[in-house]
Structures are given as structure tokens and as C-alpha cells.
Write a new protein. Structure first.
Lengths: 873, 110
């Protein structure tokens, strides 16, 4: 080895030695006139050199130098390749990064694969009350489950929701998780500061301690010492006992928590409130399946023991048939995942296609370059260079481009991820994703880079392999129409690009139109100039019997605020996700209806017209006849053949909601309920004064032309005069609705961006190929013009060829986009994936810009001087 | 027909022949080729272009050493000589060759 190294270093001298030795040999055999010849001296040299080197490695190094030199010689190519590859790989990597964080990565806890969640098989069908974000089980179910399960070595219940942190001026919204004592022990999370919540902290309500997340501790508390400090959560002062370690975001991916609070035990646990999720660590040797079986076997006893009272017999029957099951939970639970993963997969496909177009462009560039090297390659092949060597050189060149592209892409990826997260975040709900750069991301980027390199590197290689040195040397790069198939590869690439970019353009138009539909969609009520204010008066010492009176008083206090046009209360704010439902019986038909209790001014405030019968009046009181206003869908579904006014509906009994008879006094048009998307359900409105179970809080809808922030501060100021203990939160109704469109907005922005990018890339590719083809056919065009073809005819000929390519591409792309539309179907709002407008517009746009782009080379072709091009030889 | 009189060297035997030739003393490349040619009663011609690559390979293997000297006609020439490693190599290869050729002989004799 050392000798080898030495030789490597002294290569130049060795080469001289070799020359001298061979010269000596030649002289000797010349003198002796004998037949021991020397043969092909250059071959000997090659072989001798081969011996002296670490063959592969040094060839590679030499090719690398060669490639770098060649690439530096054409900075335009280098720049465009770097830029397009970098952007393409970067965008792909960024989206994969998000997917990885949302979809693929395990929870940052000990042995996450041992975790399993406990659920009711098939869900509980919307039974009971479902507060919080993970309404899986009731507390009594959890108690029973904890007592009888054997499958888990540790098990805990938890839930998550928004909370108000702080008080007075410093009040802000935060994210809380409520957990039972085993939570941190089961997950194997150890404290960063202080101690974490343990079993001793479980106890009666309210819980007196709180643990904050690392991120909250750093940002909101400045990373200060936590000794003896307290914080106010939802109006209750709690002692801060510890900080969780960095990287632990809870169990919900994309939705990190700020504070963790012990799940306290209320004295009378409701059997009708599904407000916790349960997760545990499997005993050693237990599989999820075995755990599921054990849970199934204890289900009858659990559901028998926890059956709610005050429900209809049918509903209790259904309840007792519930079965518990276990599901893998290594990757946690995530609302974000369900919301975004289909969009992210689609985006990954889109950026993948953009990368494909980029690759085609690069392949075209390299092909064009390769063709200028046809002669060089042919000469080298003829002189005995092995085609492997030539291949290696081309591959190294492609590899260089790829490596550089991947490098740029990887360094751009974090930036892109941040932009993506920003696009997917709302004012009220930033998306908290732990975006890490791990081996998976690197592997993905490297894989993408290799795939692209093979794609665009392979084209010139195929060309070289098929090269006939003799033929190449003879034709010397002068093309005639006869050799037109030479351009076949390029043309195929252009057709592919056009087809793919059409797919992306159609997709972009679909998403943009879908978003526009959503923005301009009329939900049947006033959206703008409405401020939603949640007023919570738990601390006001009002007895439950007087809640309704107090609520009415609060409305009266808000009403005179200058600038407030109307104000009304509602038990459920529409269009932002909440839902309240009761079983109803009308005449002989049973069914479900959404239920909302509103104050008399509600329809007026929200700009909803009562189209038949009358509106609620302040005379509709607790003691008067129970009255209801229903929507048209309700009438259509349950009272199709009668005048609805004067008919009655009876609710099915539920805990705290006794079966009640309502007389229908009015009908409103169909307005959207909890979401702009989807059909309008049957809806029933009843007077707030007749609410059977009012709480110490009230959501107010305030109609005012003032900005929401001004309305909010005015409301806070006015209410604080008489009730300083009241907590008011809220914001612009319209903004909340917009926040609900974040996915559509992001898809519209991103797919639009990528669609335009794809079209531009394809057109640039087309332009390049046409210029190249025309340069190569100068001779033929010269002959044509010498024989009397006019400039216009030449332009026409070139454009006809472009048209053919573009039309073929468009047809293929059209067919593909119809197929691809299926993937987008669920993401579109009020729009068919086979939207003729999108298809037509995208095709026309693409054909128009393609013709425009090829007009330049065509005009250039028509200016060829026949004399010059014929003489060019 | 001319080819039939000029048997090509079996793969691997060239190294043996070179090393064997060098056992007579150090010589330059041309002399090695000549020696093999003459010793074989002019039957074996060292394949064109294979002598020098073989020499370099042997040199890299450490079986031969090379240094520049003056030739019989007073010219600069590269002289090759066998090393100790080369000597043990030649003994091994010779034994292998003997086994091989006698085996071939035996087969052909039956």
C-alpha cells in the first residue's frame, strides 16, 4: 500500500519512465530486426496506468475534476440546474419533513411501540356530551376500566382543551392537557425542573398544582426559577411544581400543550359526559391484539356498571352493547394528522411532479450538451476507450449536479417547512410541530436526489451507449429530416412535461376555485361585523336557578355600548365546529335534530329571516309555552306534508334534559350549522329562557361595524364595571370562519404556486428543445428556403410541430388529470374534480404560452440565410 | 494456420516465465522478451503489450525490483531483478505448473 501511494504521488515521473522504457524497447527491436513487436503503445500505457492507480477511486476523482471543470465552463447550465434541483428537492424534503412529523414519527417517549389506546369499538355514536378534543370514554368507564384491566402495566386517562391562562391584563389563551397520576410514569417522561404530576396529585376538584411545558416555561416564563411560583388557569390559582423536558409535546402531534393539570375527581361523576381518552403501556409480552381481547371480555361488566340514567331504554340498550378495544398509539393521537395528512400526501405528489418536470428539463439540457460532444465521444470510443469509462464520466457529471442540488435542497428544506407551517397556521391556532432533521429526512432527500440523477443522467447515457462512432463521425452533427428520430427522446420529454404540467395546472385551478367557492359561499347568515364574546361568570356567585336571569342582564349591559347594533346569545356558535344534538319525535317519525337555545334578538343579529310564523319574543319565558323555530331541512325531513306552524316536537330524554314538548312557531331558511362544508342538518332553535340546563357562561354574538378588538375591549370594560370577576374571551366571527378554511387556503396557495412553476418549467423546456432542434436542422431549413419556402412557411412549419407536441401532451395530461382528480375529490368544496372550466382554462393557457415560447425560435429559424447555412460545413 | 504454430500463453504463465527468466540475473524488458523467445526455441512470443503491464504488476506485488541502468549498447534502460519474494513466488508457481502440466499429460496419455 505505501508503495502504491508513493507511485500515486509520483505519477508524472512514472509516466516519463514508461515512455522512456517503451522507446528503448522499440529501438532495440528495430535494431535487431526481430518480430517481438510492441503493439498498441497507448493501450500499454493505459494498462500500466491502471496498475498504478487505485483504479476506480482515481478514475472517479479524475472524472470529478473533469465534471467540475466542465460544469464551471457552463455557468448558466450549472445555475439553472442548481436552482431547479435545489428548489425541487428542497420542496419535496420540506413536505416530507412535515409528513414525517405529523404522520410517521413515533412519540418522543420511552418505547412508544408499547403504547396502546383504549377506545369504544366504532365510537359511541355521538352519545351524551362530548367536551374537549378527545371524547372517547366517560369518567365512570375509566374508573371501572382502571380497576379491571390486566393488559397494561400502567394506564392513564387524559384530555386536552384550550384554557385561559393568567388574569386581568395578562389573560391569554393557552393549551392544557388534563392527566391522571400515571401519565408521566407510563410515558417515561422525567422532569426538566421540579417534579411532574404523580398519583399523589390526584384528588378532588379543583386541582392545586400545574406542570408547564418546556416551550411555555422558556417563552412565557422566561425560563425563570419555578420555586414557589403560581399561575392562574381558568380563574384558579395553582402551584407550578415542574417543567417537562424539551421535545415532549404531549400525545397530540401538531398540537403541543402549555400546561398539564391533574384530572381531578368531581364528587358526582356524570355518566353522560364523554370527556377523556385512555392510553396505557402494554405488559411485557402482550400484543395490542391480546389487549383488545382482554378489554372485550371485561366490556359487558364495565358498561353494565356505568350505564347512564335518564336515557331512553333504546339508547341504554345500545350503550350496554359497546365493546372496548385497544389500538396502537406509538405515534400518538392527532387532530392535525387527520386534518392534514391527505393534503400533505397530495402536496408531496405535486412537488414530486414538479421535480419530474425539472428532471426532464435537465435531461434535455444534458442531452443537448451531450450531442455537442457526440464527436468527442465517438473519437474516444474509436480510439479504444471503454464505454464503461465514458458512462462513468457522464454519471459522475449527473451525480455532481445531484449532490449539489441535494445540498441546496437540504439547506432550503427547513426554510420551506417554516413557510409551510406558517401557511397552515392560523392566528388563533399556530401549528406546533417538532420539525427535526433526522436520518429519515436525509435518507429521503438523498433518495430523491439519486432518483432524479438517474433520471436525467440516464438519457445522455442511453444516447452514448447507442452511439455508432462511424456514423457520428461521418454526419458530423449535420441533421437532415431523415434523422429526425434523433429528436424523439427530446420530444417525448417535452410531451411528458406538458402533460404533467397540465395535470398540475388543472389541480391548481381546482383548489383555487374550491377556495374561492368557500370564501364566497353564503352560509345563510351574517359573517362580517360579528364579534363573538364568551362571557364566563363561574366566580360571580350566581345560583344555578338565576343563571338565565343573569345572562339576560349581561346582554342588557352589552347592548347600550356605542357602536353595538345588536347583541344576542346562543348556546352554540355556528360555523366554528361546535355541535349539540337531541333525539326528536314529530308526529310519528323519530330522528335527530341539532338544538340551539338563543335569545330573542339572535336571528336579527345574524341576519337570518324567519320565513314563516314568528320570531322569538322576550315574552317567551321559562314558564310560558315551550316554543321552537326549525329550519327548512327539519320541515322537509320530519313534517313533509303539513304546515309546520303549530305542530309539536318532543325531545328524547337525556340526563339533565328531560323529554320536553315544543310547539313549532316559525321556520327559517337552511343555514350552515357547524361547518361550511357538508349538508345542512335538521335544526331546532328554542328560546334561551327555556334552556333546561344553563351554565355559568354565555357566548354572545355582537353585531357591530367596529373592529372585533375594539368591541372586545369595550365589552370587557363595560362588564368589569359591575362584575370584575367575569372573564371575557373572543374575537372576530369572520376570522374564526376563515381560520377554518386554512387547509383550503394552503392548498390553493401552494398548488397554485407549483402549478404556475410547472407550466413555466415546461415552457422553458419546450423553448430549449425547439431552439436545439432548429439549430440542428439549419441545413434542412436552408435548403427549403433556397428552394423557395417563404419565411412564413418556415415559421408555420415549426409552429405546426410545436402544436403537435403540445396537443399530444395536453390530451395525455387531460386524461391524467381526470384520473388525478379522484385524489383531490374529498378536498374540494362545491366543485367536481371533473371541472370542465379548470380543464379548459389550463389547456388553453398551456397551449397559448407554449406557442408564444416557440415563436421565438421559429422566427429565428425563418431568418436563416440559406447561403450561410448551406455553406456551413 | 500461422496461429497454430504460435501457441498463446496460458493465463498466469507469463508471470512464471518472466520470473524464471529473471532468475538468471537482472535484465531489461526487451531482454526478458528475447530470453523467453529463445528459451522456448522460438515457439513462445510474449504477447504484444502484455509484457510491460505484467512487469509493472509484478513490481507492485514486490516480486521484482526495478532500477535504471546502462544497457549493453550504453543506453539508459530499466533493469528488472527478482526479489526474495519473487523467488518464493516462482517456486510456488513452478510447483503448481508442474502439477498442472503433468496432470494434463496424464489425461492426454490415456
Amino acid at each position: 500500500m505505501p508503495r502504491l501511494l508513493l507511485k500515486l504521488l509520483r505519477r508524472k515521473r512514472l509516466a516519463q519512465d514508461l515512455d522512456a522504457e517503451l522507446a528503448f524497447h522499440r529501438d532495440m527491436s528495430g535494431e535487431h530486426q526481430n518480430a517481438v513487436g510492441l503493439g498498441n503503445t497507448s493501450l500499454i500505457k493505459e494498462e500500466a496506468f491502471d496498475l498504478w492507480r487505485f483504479n476506480l477511486l482515481e478514475n472517479l476523482f479524475r472524472d470529478l475534476l473533469h465534471a467540475v471543470r466542465r460544469l464551471r465552463a457552463s455557468p448558466a447550465l450549472l445555475l439553472s440546474a442548481m436552482l431547479s434541483l435545489g428548489l425541487g428537492i428542497g420542496a419535496n424534503t420540506a413536505i416530507f419533513q412535515l409528513l414525517d412529523a405529523v404522520r410517521l414519527k413515533a412519540l418522543p417517549v420511552q418505547n412508544p411501540q408499547e403504547l396502546a389506546g383504549v377506545e369504544i369499538e366504532g365510537g359511541h355514536g355521538g352519545m351524551g356530551i362530548n367536551p374537549g378534543e378527545y371524547p372517547e370514554l366517560t369518567r365512570p368507564m375509566w374508573q371501572e376500566l382502571r380497576r379491571y384491566q390486566h393488559a397494561f402495566s400502567g394506564i392513564f386517562a387524559w384530555t386536552a382543551d384550550g384554557v385561559n391562562i393568567g388574569e386581568g391584563e395578562s389573560l391569554h389563551r393557552g393549551k392544557a392537557i388534563w392527566i391522571t397520576g400515571e401519565f408521566f410514569r407510563v410515558l417515561g417522561v422525567s422532569p426538566w425542573r421540579g417534579r411532574l404530576i404523580s398519583s399523589e396529585d390526584e384528588g378532588p376538584c379543583p386541582a392545586s398544582v400545574v406542570v408547564v411545558s418546556y416551550a411555555y416555561w422558556r417563552t412565557a416564563m422566561g425560563g425563570s426559577d419555578i420555586g414557589n411560583s403560581t399561575m392562574v388557569v381558568d380563574g384558579e390559582r395553582k402551584e407550578i411544581i415542574g417543567v417537562t423536558p424539551p421535545g415532549f409535546f404531549g400525545l397530540s402531534v401538531g398540537d403541543a400543550f402549555d400546561v398539564a393539570i391533574p384530572l381531578c375527581q368531581e364528587s358526582n361523576m356524570s355518566r353522560d359526559v364523554f370527556d377523556v381518552a385512555v392510553m396505557g403501556r402494554l405488559r411485557p409480552g402482550w400484543s395490542v391484539k391480546r389487549a383488545a381481547e382482554q378489554l372485550k371480555s371485561i366490556s359487558p361488566a364495565i358498561f353494565e356498571a356505568t350505564a347512564p340514567e335518564g336515557r331512553s331504554p333504546r339508547s341504554i340498550e345500545a350503550y350496554k352493547r359497546f365493546k372496548l378495544t385497544a389500538v396502537p398509539a406509538a405515534r400518538g393521537v392527532s387532530v392535525v394528522r387527520d386534518q392534514y395528512s391527505s393534503s400533505l400526501w397530495l402536496l408531496l405528489a405535486i412537488t414530486g411532479l414538479v421535480l419530474l418536470i425539472t428532471c426532464a428539463n435537465l435531461a434535455n439540457l444534458l442531452l443537448a450538451r451531450a450531442s455537442t460532444r457526440d464527436r468527442e465521444m465517438a473519437v474516444r470510443l474509436a480510439l479504444g476507450a471503454s464505454s464503461i469509462r465514458l458512462l462513468q464520466q457522464l454519471l459522475v457529471e449527473a451525480g455532481c449536479l445531484c449532490a449539489l442540488g441535494a445540498g441546496i435542497g437540504i439547506s432550503l428544506a427547513p426554510l420551506f417547512s417554516r413557510v409551510l407551517i406558517w401557511t397552515l397556521s392560523t392566528e388563533g391556532g399556530p401549528m406546533d410541530l417538532a420539525i427535526a432533521f433526522d436520518w429519515r429526512i436525509l435518507l429521503f432527500a438523498a433518495g430523491v436526489a439519486t432518483a432524479t440523477g438517474l433520471f436525467f443522467g440516464a438519457m445522455p447515457i442511453r444516447r452514448t451507449l447507442n452511439a455508432q462512432p462511424g456514423a457520428t463521425l461521418k454526419t458530423a452533427g449535420r441533421g437532415t429530416t431523415a434523422s429526425r428520430q434523433r429528436f424523439l427522446t427530446q420530444q417525448a420529454l417535452v410531451v411528458t412535461q406538458i402533460a404533467v404540467s397540465l395535470v398540475l395546472l388543472v389541480g391548481a385551478l381546482l383548489f383555487v376555485r374550491s377556495f374561492r367557492n368557500l370564501l364566497t359561499f353564503d352560509p345563510g347568515m351574517r359573517e362580517s361585523n360579528i364579534t363573538v364574546a364568551f362571557v364566563a361568570f363561574q366566580k360571580s356567585r350566581v345560583s344555578p336557578d338565576h343563571y338565565i336571569q343573569f345572562q339576560e342582564r349581561l346582554i342588557e349591559e352589552v347592548k347600550p355600548i356605542p357602536g353595538v347594533i345588536d347583541v344576542a346569545s346562543t348556546s352554540n356558535v355556528p360555523l366554528v365546529g361546535g355541535s349539540w344534538e337531541h333525539g326528536v319525535r314529530t308526529g310519528s317519525s323519530d330522528g335527530l335534530s341539532k338544538f340551539t337555545w338563543v335569545s330573542p334578538e339572535y336571528f336579527n343579529t345574524m341576519g337570518i329571516q324567519v320565513i314563516a310564523g314568528r320570531d322569538f319574543k322576550s315574552s317567551d319565558s321559562r314558564t310560558s309555552l315551550h316554543v321552537a323555530i326549525v329550519n327548512k331541512t327539519f320541515v322537509r325531513r320530519y313534517l313533509p306534508n303539513a304546515n309546520p306552524i303549530g305542530q309539536t316536537l318532543r325531545t328524547v330524554m337525556e340526563p339533565n334534559y328531560p323529554s320536553t314538548l315544543y310547539q313549532i312557531i316559525g321556520v327559517i331558511p337552511d343555514t350552515k350549522y357547524s361547518d361550511l362544508r357538508g349538508d345542512t342538518p335538521p335544526m331546532t332553535f328554542a328560546p334561551a329562557s327555556q334552556h333546561p340546563d344553563p351554565g355559568p357562561f354565555i357566548p354572545l354574538m355582537i353585531h357591530s361595524t367596529m373592529p372585533a378588538s375594539a368591541v372586545m375591549s369595550a365589552v370587557k370594560r363595560v362588564l368589569a364595571q359591575n362584575h370584575p370577576e367575569i372573564v371575557v374571551t373572543g374575537g372576530s366571527f369572520e376570522q374564526w370562519i376563515r381560520d377554518g378554511m386554512i387547509r383550503e387556503r394552503a392548498m390553493a396557495i401552494l398548488s397554485g404556486f407549483f402549478g404556475i412553476l410547472a407550466a413555466l418549467l415546461a415552457v422553458v423546456g419546450l423553448y430549449g428543445v425547439m431552439s436545439y432542434v432548429i439549430t440542428n436542422r439549419r441545413n434542412e431549413l436552408g435548403v427549403r428556403m433556397a428552394l423557395g419556402a417563404s419565411r412564413r412557411q418556415v415559421i408555420g412549419m415549426v409552429l405546426r410541430e410545436v402544436c403537435l407536441l403540445v396537443v399530444v401532451g395536453t390530451v395525455i395530461g387531460g386524461a391524467l388529470s381526470l384520473l388525478a382528480g379522484q385524489a383531490a375529490r374529498t378536498l374540494l368544496f362545491e366543485l367536481s374534480p371533473y371541472d370542465p372550466f379548470a380543464l379548459a382554462a389550463a389547456s388553453v393557457l398551456l397551449i397559448a404560452i407554449s406557442l408564444l415560447a416557440s415563436f421565438v425560435p421559429a422566427r429565428h429559424a425563418s431568418k436563416i440565410d440559406p447561403m450561410i447555412s448551406l455553406r456551413y460545413e | 494456420l500461422a496461429k497454430a504454430e504460435q501457441p498463446t500463453l496460458l493465463q498466469g504463465t507469463l508471470d512464471l516465465l518472466i520470473l524464471h527468466a529473471l532468475q538468471r540475473g537482472s535484465m531489461h524488458g526487451y531482454a526478458i522478451a528475447q530470453t523467453i523467445h529463445l528459451l522456448s526455441d522460438e515457439v513462445l512470443k510474449v504477447e504484444e503489450g502484455s509484457l510491460y503491464p505484467a512487469l509493472y504488476r509484478l513490481e507492485l506485488d514486490g516480486a521484482v525490483a526495478a532500477k535504471w541502468g546502462l544497457s549493453e549498447n550504453n543506453r539508459k534502460a530499466k533493469y528488472y531483478s527478482i526479489t526474495r519474494r519473487g523467488k518464493s513466488l516462482v517456486a510456488d508457481q513452478q510447483a503448481t505448473w508442474n502439477r498442472l502440466s503433468s496432470a494434463v499429460q496424464r489425461v492426454l496419455a490415456r
